[in-house]
Each structure stands twice: as C-alpha cells, then as structure tokens.
Design a protein around this ligand. Structure first.
Ligand SMILES: NC(=O)c1ccc[n+]([C@@H]2O[C@H](COP(=O)([O-])OP(=O)(O)OC[C@H]3O[C@@H](n4cnc5c(N)ncnc54)[C@H](OP(=O)(O)O)[C@@H]3O)[C@@H](O)[C@H]2O)c1
Length: 353
C-alpha cells in the first residue's frame, strides 16, 4: 500500500489523480489539500484548506507527495518531500524552476525520488531510463503551440483571456493554459528539464507538434531517437508517477495508429518571446529562473483580471529579468526574497502598462 498526499486536490491534476488513486487498490489517499475550495467528497484521514502544507505532510507521513498546487506557493511542499526522502510526484513545475539547485541539494540530502508528472518530462524520464546526460545528444520537448499558433503579433494585440483559455488539446487549470498560449509553459518546462535530467540548455530543443500525440523525445549520441507517444491524457503520467516503477493499468484508449498524421514545426520565437526569455533566464542561472517564474505569475494574473494586454505579459517578464540581480540563493530565505523582489518589480510594470 502506498500512501499518497495530494496537494491541489481540487484542481485539474488533483481531480484526475483522485480517479487514478481510486482505481488502484495499492494506492491510498492519506492527505488532501486545496487553497480555498472545499474538499467536498474527497475522503482522506488528513485534509486541509489553505495554511501550511508542510504541517499537513508532517502529520500525514505519506510515502509519496503529489504536488499539484499551482504556482510558486508549492515550493515548501516540494522542498519538504525532497528533504524528507519522500517520493515527490511533481506537477508543480514552478517550484523546481524557481528552486533549481536548492531543490536538487535537498534531494541529495533526503534521497527521495523526483518523479515528473508533466507529460513531457514523464515522457523524457521514460525514454531516458536513468541514462546519464553524457549519452544524450539532445532532449526534445514537444508542445502543441497553444491556441494562438500561427498568429502574427498584430493578431495577438487584442486577444482576450477567454481566447487564451481555449487550449486546442489539453484541459487544464487557467494559469498553465495561459502559459501555454504565450509559450511560457514551454519555457518553464525547458528549465524544469534542465534540473530534472542534468542536460545543459544548449542540448534541450523545443518543437511544436500540434496534436500533442508525441509527448517528447530523446536523441541519443548513437543516433537513435526515442519518442513517447499517446493521446493527450494526464492520467497516464499521473498513474506512472504514483505507481512507479510499476506500470499499472489505466482506462486509457489504445492509440489508433492508422488515424495519426504527425506534423512538426519550429516555434515562432519572435511572436512568442517567452520561450527565449526562459532560455535566457535558465542560462543566466542563479535566481533568474525564479524571477522569470515570479514575474510571469504576476503578469498572467493581471492578464486574467483584464488589467494587462496579452503582449505585455512578455514585456513585464523581460523587464523584471533585466532589473533583478539574479544572485544565487543560498537558502530558502534568499529564494523567497528573490521571488518577492521580482513580483514587486513586475507589479510596478503592470501598474503602468
Ligand atoms: N492541468 C494539467 O494538465 C497540467 C499538466 C502539467 C502540469 N501541470 C501543473 O500542475 C500544477 C497544477 O495545475 P492545474 O492545471 O491542476 O491547476 P488548477 O486546476 O488551477 O488547480 C490548482 C490547485 O492548486 C490548489 N492550490 C492553489 N493554491 C494553494 C495553496 N496555497 N495550498 C494548497 N493548494 C493550493 C488549488 O486549490 P483551490 O481549488 O482551492 O484554488 C487547486 O486544487 C501546475 O503547476 C501546472 O503547471 C498541470
């Protein structure tokens, strides 16, 4: 029996995770948490709405933490699991992007496994099978391109939150859906892949595959390229992470290969500058990825509130990256300070936009 603590139980990942847990007799929900929504109908010995997630984890003593909270607020739960040597099934990419080296140091001390839930990173993890970075010629992250793929900058000037929330292939929470429309999500995933797999940025590529059938691939140094393919359904990577190293049965439909035509295209980096900004933040290192994430969270919230035009999201983030000092964080206090500083700078830019 594996005891699962589900953080973000009322969200898109959280609800699908409950389905997976209920379908597997060897999984047991020992804790569930949300930010403010009631946990109606979610049965777990320990539940919590709001508050300090690490206190809940201390009490629940899980075997695996599924961190499906949205945003930097998931940082403490990520560090708790890594520090305590408890397996971390990570959907909350923002925490790994922001904490980076601090998170990996916590994992080295704690010794728990870091199991990606993001579909691209689950795909890469499965293709890599634990191989060392020196056997990898490149990691190739795939992306659908979001609802605005193919548009020009002029055509993006007046797009509404409703249009940005209409993702072509995935049904997800609002923040990640907007991130998909700006390509910030692919940028966060680029940094996430760097920290998860230890591959330098110059060997991480991004390619668009509009139907989201190819979940990512690894080019090995011997010329072989291994891809992970399947329908876009988060229950597959959630189940893989929760039941690892087993491959438990899921109710997913088998892939109908005869119905597939796979098309690929390079991302348009000029129309969607967030991907290049994320690469720049990742390559600069230190707390630049933290600043990228923090400014993006502020800008996306403002866009969803109707306070910021779509194209200004990237301007807010670019400005914050230029103005922070980006010095590496020695501890969580340094990181919280870097996050707060970037949020304050982004808030100033939003206010005058
Ligand atoms: N959805 C996907 O398909 C997908 C795919 C890959 C990766 N991810 C990643 O998974 C994470 C969750 O995404 P999502 O789409 O599931 O988001 P979502 O639908 O917006 O759900 C977010 C969840 O986080 C909870 N939450 C927010 N603040 C919290 C806090 N302070 N303490 C405890 N819980 C808190 C929310 O609770 P309330 O209901 O109370 O607000 C909700 O349960 C994100 O990092 C996202 O990037 C998602």
């Amino acid at each position: 029996m594996k005891r699962v603590a589900l953080l973000g139980a009322t969200g898109s990942i959280g609800r699908q995770a409950i389905e997976i847990v209920e379908a597997h007799p060897e999984l047991e929900l020992c804790a569930a948490a949300s930010g403010s929504s009631p946990l109606d109908g979610i049965a777990a010995p320990f539940t919590q709405v709001g508050g300090d997630l690490t206190e809940l984890l201390d009490r629940a003593e899980p075997d695996v933490v599924l961190n499906a909270v949205v945003g930097f607020t998931g940082i403490h739960a990520t560090l708790w699991a890594l520090e305590h040597g408890v397996d971390l099934a990570l959907a909350n990419k923002e925490s790994l992007v922001a904490a980076g080296d601090l998170a990996l140091a916590a994992q080295r001390r704690g010794g728990g496994r870091l199991l990606p839930v993001d579909s691209e990173h689950s795909a890469l993890f499965q293709c890599l099978e634990g191989r060392e970075p020196d056997q990898v010629a490149a990691l190739v992250l795939t992306g659908s391109g979001g609802p605005f793929r193919g548009r020009t900058r002029d055509e993006l000037a007046d797009v509404t939150p409703e249009a940005a929330l209409a993702h072509p292939t995935w049904r997800m929470g609002p923040k990640i859906t907007v991130d998909s429309s700006t390509l910030a999500n692919k940028g966060l995933e680029l940094i996430e892949a760097h920290f998860l797999f230890g591959v330098p940025y110059e060997r991480i590529e991004v390619i668009l595959q509009p139907t989201s059938i190819v979940h990512s691939l690894v080019r090995f140094r011997d010329g072989a390229a291994l891809a992970h393919i399947g329908y876009p359904d988060m229950r597959a990577p959630i189940s893989f992470a929760l039941t690892y190293p087993e491959r438990a049965a899921t109710p997913l439909a088998p892939l109908d290969l005869t119905s597939l035509t796979l098309e690929f295209a390079a991302p348009d980096l000029e129309t969607f500058p967030m991907l290049a900004l994320a690469r720049e933040a990742g390559e600069r290192g230190g707390t630049y990825p933290c600043a990228f994430n923090a400014a993006n969270e502020v800008a996306v919230a403002a866009f969803l509130d109707g306070r910021l035009p779509f194209l200004s999201i990237a301007e807010v983030v670019a400005d914050a990256i230029e103005r922070v000092d980006g010095a590496p964080a020695n501890d969580i206090d340094d990181l919280l300070e870097a996050d707060a500083r970037a949020r304050a700078l982004a808030g100033e830019t939003v206010a005058v936009a």
